[in-house]
Design a protein around this ligand. Structure first.
Ligand SMILES: *Cc1c(COP(=O)(O)O)cnc(C)c1O
Length: 379
C-alpha cells in the first residue's frame, strides 16, 4: 500500500459491531466479562481501548512499523522511552532540540542517575567520540527546532548498530510523509501528534512506533504500567487528522517554499532557515532522507533588533502569534521571548536563537494571503 492510501486505510478495519466506517469513540473505562477472564480482548481502558488501538495501528502503518503506541502527550511518549533505561546509563542527544525534551532529560532523568551528552550532530561521525559501554540511547531530532538543522539518520543508525545502542528519532517536524526513520535504520520513532499528525490544533498527544517485538513489548508494558495514555475522544480526532496528512503536508511544503523564497528576497531580512535552500549546510542530506522540505521556516531581520521582531509578530494578522506548530492555520513565534525565554541570552545565541529570530509554521491557507500578511507586517 502506498503512503497516500495508508493515511486513510492503513491498519484500519471496519468496526466489527455494525461495520461503521470510522471506529466508534469507545468512551468506556471497562468491559463486561461473562466469567472471570471471559472477555473479547478488552478488560480495562488504560491497557487497551478499541478507538486507541485503531489509532495505534494507523501510527504503525504510516511509519512503516510493526507496532504503534499512543500517549497523552509527546513528552509522555519520550518519558516512556527513557524508562527503558537504568541508573548509570548514558544518552547522547542532539544539542538543538525541543525545550521540553531538554527539560525532561536534565530536570527529571539526571536526578535518577542517567547521564546526557548534548552535542552538535550536523556531523554525525562526531557521535562515536561520545560512545562508551554505558551508552544506551542516541536521541535525534531532525529537522531541529527552531533552526531547521538536519541530522543524517542513516550514518547515525550505522554508528548505533555498530555499538548496539538504541536510536530514537523525534519525527514531529518531518512527519512520515517526508521522512520514515525506521526505514533509515532507527529503532524508535517518536511524534508529538499534537502537531502535524493531529494537524488541527485541537489535541495534545504523543506516539511511538517500533519494529522490534522485544522493544515493543517493553514499551507496551511501560505504557500500561505508567499509564500516560490518551483518551478515546482524542484518539478519534487524531485518526481523523491522519486521513488528510498527505494532502495537508503537500500544501504545507508548497506554501513553506513560497514563504521561504519570499523572505530570502526581502531587503529587510538577514537569514532564512529552511532545508530546501541549496546553501543550507545539510541540504544534500535533507534531499537524501526527506521527500520534500516541510512547512517550518525561521528567519532573522537585518540589524537583529529585538523590538522590531516583536513588532513584526504583533503586526501579523493571518499568522497567529502562538506556540505550537503543524496545524492547518499559520502560526508565528518569537523564540527569544517565548519558547527559549528561560535560556540565558549567551546560551541561546550559541545555537542561533538570536533576538530577531522568528519561527513560522506555514499553514495551508492561500499562499497569496500569507505573502501579503508577511509583507504588511515586515513593512
Ligand atoms: C511539541 C513537541 C514535543 C512535545 O510534544 P507535546 O505533545 O507538546 O508533549 C516534542 N518534540 C517536538 C519536536 C515538538 O515540537
Amino acid at each position: 500500500m502506498k503512503f497516500n492510501t495508508k493515511t486513510i486505510h492503513g491498519g484500519q478495519e471496519h468496526d466489527p459491531a455494525y461495520r461503521s466506517v470510522m471506529p466508534p469513540i469507545y468512551q468506556t473505562s471497562t468491559y463486561a466479562q461473562s466469567t472471570p477472564g471471559g472477555h473479547k480482548g478488552y478488560e480495562y481502558s488504560r491497557t487497551h481501548n478499541p478507538t486507541r488501538n485503531a489509532l495505534e495501528n494507523a501510527f504503525a502503518s504510516i511509519e512503516n512499523g510493526n507496532y504503534g503506541m499512543a500517549f497523552g502527550s509527546g513528552l509522555a511518549a519520550i518519558d516512556a522511552i527513557l524508562k527503558l533505561l537504568k541508573t548509570g546509563d548514558e544518552v547522547i542527544s542532539t544539542n538543538d532540540l525541543y525545550g521540553g525534551t531538554y527539560r525532561l532529560f536534565t530536570k527529571i532523568y539526571e536526578d535518577f542517575g542517567i547521564k546526557f551528552h548534548f552535542i552538535g550532530m550536523e556531523n554525525a561521525e562526531r557521535i562515536e567520540d561520545y560512545i562508551n559501554d554505558r551508552t544506551k540511547l542516541i536521541w535525534v531530532e531532525t529537522p531541529t527546532n527552531p533552526m531547521l538543522n538536519i541530522i543524517d539518520i542513516v550514518t547515525t543508525s550505522k554508528i548505533a548498530k555498530k555499538h548496539k545502542v538504541l536510536l530514537a528519532v523525534d519525527n514531529t517536524f518531518a512527519t512520515p510523509y517526508l521522512q520514515q526513520p525506521l526505514d533509515l535504520g532507527a529503532d524508535i520513532v517518536m511524534h508529538s501528534a499534537t502537531k502535524y499528525l493531529g494537524g488541527h490544533s485541537d489535541l495534545v498527544m504523543g506516539a511511538l512506533i517500533v519494529n522490534d517485538k522485544e522493544i515493543a513489548e517493553r514499551l507496551f508494558f511501560i505504557q500500561n504500567a505508567s499509564g500516560a495514555i490518551c483518551g478515546p475522544q482524542d484518539s478519534f480526532l487524531a485518526l481523523r487528522g491522519i486521513k488528510t496528512l498527505h494532502i495537508r503536508m503537500q500544501r504545507h511544503c508548497e506554501n513553506g517554499k513560497t514563504v521561504a523564497e519570499y523572505l530570502k528576497n526581502h531587503p529587510k531580512i538577514e537569514n532564512v532557515y529552511w532545508p530546501g535552500f541549496k546553501n543550507h549546510p545539510n541540504h544534500e542530506i535533507a534531499k537524501s532522507q526527506m521527500t520534500d522540505f516541510g512547512g517550518m521556516v525561521s528567519f532573522t531581520t537585518k540589524g537583529n533588533n529585538y523590538d522590531e521582531a516583536i513588532k513584526i509578530v504583533e503586526n501579523l494578522k493571518i499568522f497567529t502569534l502562538a506556540e505550537s506548530l503543524g496545524g492547518v492555520e499559520s502560526l508565528a513565534g518569537h523564540p527569544a521571548s517565548m519558547t527559549h525565554a528561560s535560556i540565558p541570552k549567551e546560551e541561546r545565541e550559541k545555537t542561533g536563537v538570536v533576538d530577531s529570530l522568528i519561527r513560522l509554521s506555514v499553514g495551508i491557507e492561500d499562499e497569496a494571503d500569507l505573502i501579503a500578511d508577511l509583507k504588511q507586517a515586515i513593512g
